[in-house]
Design a protein around this ligand. Structure first.
Ligand code: SF4
Ligand code: SF4
Length: 81
């Protein structure tokens, strides 16, 4: 019998991001880290470095003032042996 779990993907719109770091600070799972990538407006953008720790709580998406974070959840069926 299969066991269902959520698969989570995190997308950050690099050009919308203004590098405020709120998502880095407010994620309780420390999923984000500041990257060395600078967008066209001169801001260092965050990257998800610990996607496996993400609980899908949506806080980062809801709190981002630029609406630059998108959390995408999809159902996955994981087979048990
Ligand atoms: S909260 Fe939004 S604007 Fe701020 S660093 Fe994170 S993605 Fe960028
Ligand atoms: S959805 Fe929640 S756990 Fe996942 S990266 Fe955003 S704030 Fe962190």
């Amino acid at each position: 019998m299969g066991k269902t779990r959520k698969k989570i993907d995190i997308y950050i719109d690099k050009e919308l991001c203004k590098g405020c770091d709120i998502c880095i600070e407010l994620c309780g799972e420390n999923v984000f880290m500041k990257s060395e990538h600078i967008n066209s407006r001169g801001y260092y953008i965050p990257i998800p470095v610990a996607l496996d720790k993400c609980t899908g709580c949506m806080i980062c998406e809801l709190i981002c003032p630029e609406l630059a974070v998108i959390i995408e959840k999809s159902e996955l069926v994981k087979e048990t042996v």
